[in-house]
Unconditional design. Sequence first.
Length: 114
Amino acid sequence: MSSVDRVKEICRNRNIPISKLERDLGFANGYIGQLRKGVFPDDRLLKIAEYLEVSTDYLLGVSDIKNPPPQNEREVLLNALFDGDKSVTEDMMDEVKGFARYVREREKNRTKDE
């Protein structure tokens, strides 16, 4: 199923006319129906996903989960910095956060000096 097909299906299930979605998002009338390849440009895909309150992964067909549960800060850091290693301690997390604060502050000071 293409991204366009998924959008049309969601709109049909929620009784949202495609014309309303297009109008609310500032797209031209008939824009969605004209997408022959069934793929949205990235910026429009994001707007549509936010409007319909679904993930972009769902619209792209990468996932069948419409709304994945939000991750807490710890899960995000584990995945981004430690490849999901759950043995990371709170002290290690605090050290990484401290380093991030240091880098931000250093960049602020560099900008002031220029």
